[in-house]
Design a protein around this ligand. Structure first.
Ligand code: FAQ
Length: 323
């Protein structure tokens, strides 16, 4: 259906494309029924789909800790957070569906490797402190990326982001709260918090994507206001915001070259290991195989339920038509 829909777009798009760009430049929202270039539609499906998959796959490293949370209160909070991620996935799949691709198609594309999910979720969560680091750093990076997306040009995506961002703020705060508890706790707890920061720092920086020089899609996506900022701009903002928070926690960012640059008014910092990033994207992250296998099992195990729902809907349609 997705392939058919893209093929059915008119060939000569120049006048329409110009009018379309003028609408974007004027800050108008594009809605599902509006004409849009093939590339705009495809880019949105790729980005929103990847984002939706990230929310769903992102439940796995945290779900790992629900049964092992240290208190009932921590367990209830984590459970609520993981449920929120499922909700974010649903809003985003729904936003992508308005572009003519079904959730089933997107899931199949994830499972056969045609679509990606965020590199961060290919890393393991080894200790309870990792729940703090994920909330603080991973949700923190997600917010940095998603707050500007509330102003993205595609209406359904922008509106989904408003709710997602509100919930992500709670997630970030709960992560920071765990880090506070650990960092101000016993020596052993502080060591765990530092270890979690050490392991999650660079993978969090990678969440913003490759450097601007290496980013394939940024220029066109920014012209279309599908992306509002470049990858490096957001990474810098994240570092500037997070370093003082690490200092407040009494923890050390694992970067010997991290230094405030008075002239630039920003921190100078070391780039992540980009060869590791591209390797993770190829499916070679520490948990990459496990994540996809888990999603595939969930998808296969749910087949009977999806079939039953479709059969029920068909039966209902026949009944309504007969009345
Ligand atoms: N991981 O040309 P660019 C969350 C790919 S949600 C994997 O710069 P673009 C919530 C990129 O797709 C986190 N792949 O690409 C949560 C492209 O490959 P393609 C997810 C990546 O699209 C918290 C290629 O590299 N957030 O965390 C990554 O312009 C806690 C070239 O890159 C979003 O998805 C990466 N990190 O910019 C849940 C936000 N970076 O597709 C649970 C929306 C790049 O051509 C627990 N997405 N690639 O095969 C975006 O803003 C953009 O898609 C970027 C990448 C910034 C991620």
């Amino acid at each position: 259906m997705y392939a058919q829909m893209v093929k059915s777009e008119p060939h000569d798009q120049s006048a329409e494309a110009e009018a379309f760009q003028a609408r974007i430049d004027a800050g108008e929202k594009i809605e599902p029924q509006d004409w849009m270039p093939d590339g705009y539609r495809k880019t949105l499906i790729r980005q929103i789909g990847q984002h939706a998959h990230s929310e769903i796959v992102g439940q796995l490293p945290e779900g790992n800790w629900i049964t092992r949370a240290p208190t009932l209160e921590r367990k209830a909070i984590l459970l609520a957070k993981v449920q929120d991620e499922a909700g974010h996935g649903l809003y985003l799949y729904c936003a992508a569906e308005t572009l003519g691709v079904s959730r089933d198609e997107m899931t199949e594309m994830l499972l056969d490797g045609r679509m990606k999910y965020s590199s961060i979720f290919s890393y393991p969560t080894l200790t309870w402190a990792d729940m703090g680091a994920v909330g603080w750093l991973v949700d923190g990076a997600a917010i940095m990326n998603q707050v500007p997306l509330q102003r993205t040009s595609y209406g359904p995506y922008a509106r989904a982001m408003v709710r997602v961002c509100k919930e992500e703020s709670f997630h970030q705060r709960q992560g920071f709260d765990i880090m506070m508890k650990m960092a101000k706790g016993t020596q052993a707890q502080k060591k765990m918090a530092q270890d979690a920061l050490n392991r999650f720092w660079y993978p969090s920086l990678m969440m913003f994507g490759p450097s601007d020089a290496e980013s394939v899609h940024s220029a066109q996506s920014m012209a279309w206001k599908i992306k509002m900022n470049s990858n490096d701009e957001l990474r810098q903002k994240f570092v500037d915001q997070t370093v003082p928070q690490a200092e407040y926690l009494g923890l050390t960012v694992p970067d010997p070259d991290l230094k405030w640059n008075e002239d630039r008014g920003h921190y100078d910092f070391s780039e992540p290991d980009w060869s590791e990033f591209f390797d993770v994207l190829k499916g070679n992250g520490p948990c990459s195989v496990d994540r996809i296998e888990t999603r595939k099992k969930a998808w296969d195990d749910g087949a009977w339920f999806r079939d039953a729902m479709v059969a029920h809907a068909e039966k209902h349609k026949t009944k309504v038509a007969a009345e």
